[in-house]
Design a binder for this molecule. Sequence first.
Ligand SMILES: Cc1cc2nc3c(=O)[nH]c(=O)nc-3n(C[C@H](O)[C@H](O)[C@H](O)COP(=O)(O)OP(=O)(O)OC[C@H]3O[C@@H](n4cnc5c(N)ncnc54)[C@H](O)[C@@H]3O)c2cc1C
Length: 288
Amino acid sequence: MYAPFELDIPTDLPGALAALANGAGETVLPIAGGTNLIVDIRARRERPDRMVGLGEVDELKGMEFGPERIAIGGRTTVSDLLRAPEIAREAPALIDAARLFGGLMVRNTGTVAGNIASGSPAADLVPPLLTLDAELTLASANATRTMALDDYYLGYKEDARTPDELITRIAWPRLPANAVNSFYKLARRKGDAITVTGVAVTLAAADGRCTRARIALCSVAPVVFRARQAEALLEGRALTPALIDEAAAEAAAAARPIDDIRASADYRRHTALALTRRLVGQAWDRLA
Ligand SMILES: Cc1cc2nc3c(=O)[nH]c(=O)nc-3n(C[C@H](O)[C@H](O)[C@H](O)COP(=O)(O)OP(=O)(O)OC[C@H]3O[C@@H](n4cnc5c(N)ncnc54)[C@H](O)[C@@H]3O)c2cc1C
């Protein structure tokens, strides 16, 4: 049984933002695909008085492929990503994550903004987006602001979004010419399984040196994070196996994993190191 709640179904973005703004004294939550939120309501982790359905807000859909930047609406589903050849070219790590994301029904309804806003440490789309330097647009009835995805998470299930804001858009710069972007999801099954350790990497190179390194990990800390010290070790250098080992060890050292039913903290730390080493090594080989 669900606790009773009201449901608004606005048909445009101003209507959705107005519905979120009118929440004095109530818990009002946006709902997109519902693949996280309905589970949370059933488990009594969330008890909204009112929900604002985003299913008819077309301004939150759509993709733009500009000369320098790519932007997708917050209500883009995982299946929408898989159907877009430009995403496969410009953000292959997102496709790596989308292919092993839930089952077909979840991919058809689960959205990118919902994945980001759920704040789960195991959110699979977040490491790829971090390694693409993604930026979020947050809109409320009164204002619109943008922020780096990297600044969005403040702690476990804590984020910079105010309750009256929606994530309307996610944008990132096109990859440079000589770049590799990939994600690996380690889980107990290939599909419909929560990630045990996830690693995304973007590496770019010119003149035999690494010009950009981005490494992001999920499921190994209270929040999805960028391994900045590991990145700093690689940038500006010609990568060697020893340097890649060192960077992978830094990434694993930045992890704060827990033991749970899926894996031990030790296993997560070990696989964070092994997968970072593998993805950075493979990317460097491809760039060479
Ligand atoms: C069987 C199953 C398998 C799953 N597999 C995976 C998986 O492989 N990988 C993975 O990462 N996740 C997985 N999930 C979790 C979930 O499907 C994803 O996180 C999905 O992307 C959530 O999107 P949604 O649109 O359904 O979000 P909802 O459930 O609608 O919302 C989630 C949260 O985001 C908020 N929200 C939604 N849209 C917005 C917006 N535009 N702006 C601000 N806040 C918003 C809601 O208020 C809520 O707090 C799975 C879930 C299930 C049930």
